[in-house]
Ligand binder design. Structure first.
Ligand code: MIC
Ligand code: SF4
Length: 643
């Protein structure tokens, strides 16, 4: 039987296990990336492993999330990351150089290589034919140390594209269409391979928009072939030597095939508060818009920005709309400046923000109360913008401009002639904001610079054979990591200070949670389907751990979060019968016995002492995961292994 692209790369990097879907495999990791909001913790974890120099082919530390320095905290963290990068063999991308995924695609991505990043949108690299995964910081730390990355071998979906996108219909609309088809849970357990005749007309940045948003499907990752389009992009980046062709075999088998005719698509929009709440833009025609934000790792490439500039050229935005534009990288911004497109953007009345995540993670530019904000981003979870009652819609750059000009949701196909924008034959290369690491000799003399905001992370708590604890919080379906551990400008600076962060845990669902959890001592959280979707932030596990959470029981989990729970020593369990979710209530006293044997058999019993009922639970742990839970954390387990 032939192989898919992902299976070929997996085969090349397989350290343990077999390519049988549903079983655990271990992969050799060629490249890693971190960003600052998860990086501080990842490097603290890396330090405890006592390894002098990273053992990957390339590791890069980006500063792109916490760039609003309203106190010493973020600046201290930047210095910490810069100093640790220099000492341990890691390239450092300075604040202002751009969003990690955009810069990685431009300067470091290589087809056929494996990449893990402490950011859930690392699959953006699939746009250039990398097998790229989002992971918790600790998994990235282990990979930097030369350790394997463990995942469950995914099944394969192929999306077959035919036809060509019509004017004003974009890669973002393709992403929104697949979210409409599959939903935010539909990709869980799958790698999505994009192929078919239709991909020939999609440039690397457009492909990267699609693989970026595959994260919102819950997919393990998404990938495009590496072809002539990839080659042209790498050559334009002055990295033609990194090219290698990659395609699936003609007789490769997929678990599901989805056909999309690009020529039939229309501009789409995801309504609040979920990326899969997708309708046609035309169906919301006339809705008043307060704010428009263009940028983020989904839509901030040069191609996107040139189209935006062309559409804004000679026009003024609606006086009732505030428009922000954040180019994805210094390369993009410099090229916009050189060709005059930046002037067209500025003349329209837009506010140009720095090359960073910015409004996407609530780092400034929160909408007005109850405001409608159209964003070219990938997530519109409740409260993520920083305005609790803000209504965020996800759109393409073209639809964003249409709204900025008219002040209301407008089908961009009504804007007149579509801008004709070409990929440049040569990008402007300037790597001066990427600082290479010190030589091993020089590194020995270097100090790590630590600020007072860095606090110790919670102690590992080994799982015992019996757990008796209160059900402190019961939440519904599709709980995101933004619910569990919110981000935003006020909280993000404390990503290396778990005690401080803990007061905001589950703030979107129940502000009393932190106090109640502390009072309960040990506790259990219960959730519905797809618990923990969204970000890779391990803080969504470390903070509950700090507050005493020992187990989370749900109908199902999202991939990265379940790995983070296990790494933190919190036991993820699921209801054998999903209806049992309705039989237990917040405040109930729960007991799980015979945990050790249950971890082996995959079956445990939950006794609800308050109700006097027994509920069957299931779990599926590998021997390694059982050992991690018994040791209390992946770090504790790794130390035990080293002894
Ligand atoms: C996000 O988009 O939610 C983030 C912020 O980039 C996160 C990482 C984080 O929480 O720091 C992600 O996607 O993993
Ligand atoms: Fe940054 Fe937003 Fe992309 Fe996350 S999704 S990496 S916050 S731009």
């Amino acid at each position: 039987m032939g192989l898919t692209i992902a299976q070929k790369i997996i085969q090349d990097h397989l350290i343990k296990g077999e390519m049988i879907p549903g079983t655990e495999i271990a992969l050799r990791i060629d490249q890693t990336l971190t960003q600052d909001a998860t990086g501080t913790m990842a490097y603290l974890e890396f330090e405890t492993m006592g390894i002098d120099r990273v053992r990957t082919e390339r590791s890069v530390a980006y500063i792109d999330h916490n760039t609003l320095q309203s106190g010493f905290e973020n600046a201290d963290d930047h210095r910490f990351i810069q100093s640790i990068a220099k000492k341990h063999g890691i390239y450092f991308s300075r604040p202002g150089n751009g969003i990690c995924h955009q810069v990685h695609l431009e300067r470091f991505g290589i087809p056929g290589k494996t990449l893990i990043g402490s950011d859930s949108h690392t699959p953006t690299g699939g746009g250039i034919g990398m097998l790229a995964f989002g992971a918790g910081g600790l998994d990235v730390a282990v990979a930097m140390g030369g350790g394997a990355y463990y995942i469950t071998m995914p099944k394969m979906i192929k999306v077959n594209l035919t036809g060509k996108l019509r004017d004003f219909v974009t890669a973002k609309d393709v992403s929104l269409e697949i979210l409409r088809i599959l939903s935010v849970k539909g990709g869980v357990g799958y790698i999505i391979e994009w192929g078919g005749e239709g991909i020939k007309s999609l440039s690397v940045p457009e492909r990267a928009t699609i693989t970026n948003m595959g994260t919102e499907l819950g997919a393990t990752t998404s990938i495009f072939p590496s072809d002539e389009v990839t080659k042209a992009f790498l050559e334009a980046e002055g990295r033609g030597e990194a090219y290698r062709p990659l395609a699936s075999d003609a007789d490769a088998e997929y678990d599901r095939i989805i056909d999309i005719d690009l020529s039939t698509l229309e501009p789409m929009i995801a309504c609040p508060h979920s990326p899969d709440n997708v309708v046609k833009v035309s169906s919301l025609k006339g809705t008043k818009v307060d704010q428009v934000c263009i940028g983020s790792c989904t839509n901030s490439s040069l191609l996107d920005m040139l189209k935006v500039a062309a559409l804004l050229k000679g026009k003024t935005i609606s006086p009732d709309v505030s428009l922000s534009i954040s180019p994805g990288s210094k390369q993009v911004l410099a090229m916009l400046a050189d060709c005059g497109a930046l002037s067209d953007i500025l003349a329209s009345g837009a506010r140009v923000l720095e090359c960073a995540c910015g409004p996407c993670i609530g780092m400034g530019f929160s909408p007005n109360s109850g405001g409608v904000s159209l964003r070219t981003f990938n997530r519109n979870f409740e409260g993520r913008s920083g305005t609790a009652d803000g209504k965020v819609y996800l759109v393409s750059p073209e639809t964003a401009v249409a709204a900025a000009l008219t002040g209301e949701i407008t089908d961009p196909t009504l804007l007149g002639a579509a801008p004709k924008v070409e990929m440049p034959a040569q990008f402007k290369i300037d790597d001066s904001a990427i600082i290479p690491p010190a030589s091993p000799e020089e590194a020995k003399k270097l100090e790590i610079l630590r600020g007072p905001n860095i606090k110790k992370f919670p102690d590992a708590k080994p799982q015992q054979d019996t757990l008796s604890a209160q059900l402190v919080l019961k939440v519904g379906d599709n709980i995101t990591t933004d619910h569990i551990m919110p981000a935003g400008a006020k909280i993000l600076p404390y990503r290396s200070n778990i005690p401080y962060l803990s007061q905001f845990c589950f703030g979107v669902c129940d502000k009393t949670f932190p106090e109640r959890a502390k009072e309960a001592g040990e506790s259990i959280v219960v959730g519905g389907m797809n618990y923990g979707q969204g970000s890779s932030r391990e803080h969504a596990a470390l903070v509950p751990l700090y507050l005493g959470v020992r187990a989370v029981i749900t109908k199902s989990f999202a991939r990265i979060h379940i790995a983070n729970l296990i790494n933190a020593g919190i036991m993820p369990l699921t209801f054998e019968n999903p209806e049992d979710y309705d039989r237990i209530d917040q405040g109930d006293k729960l007991t799980v016995t015979d945990i050790y044997s249950g971890m082996e058999t995959g079956k445990m019993t939950l006794l609800d002492e308050t109700k006097g009922i027994k509920i069957p639970l299931v779990c599926s742990f590998t021997d390694r995961q059982i050992a991690i839970l018994k040791a209390g954390s992946l770090l504790a387990y790794t130390k035990e292994q080293g002894e």
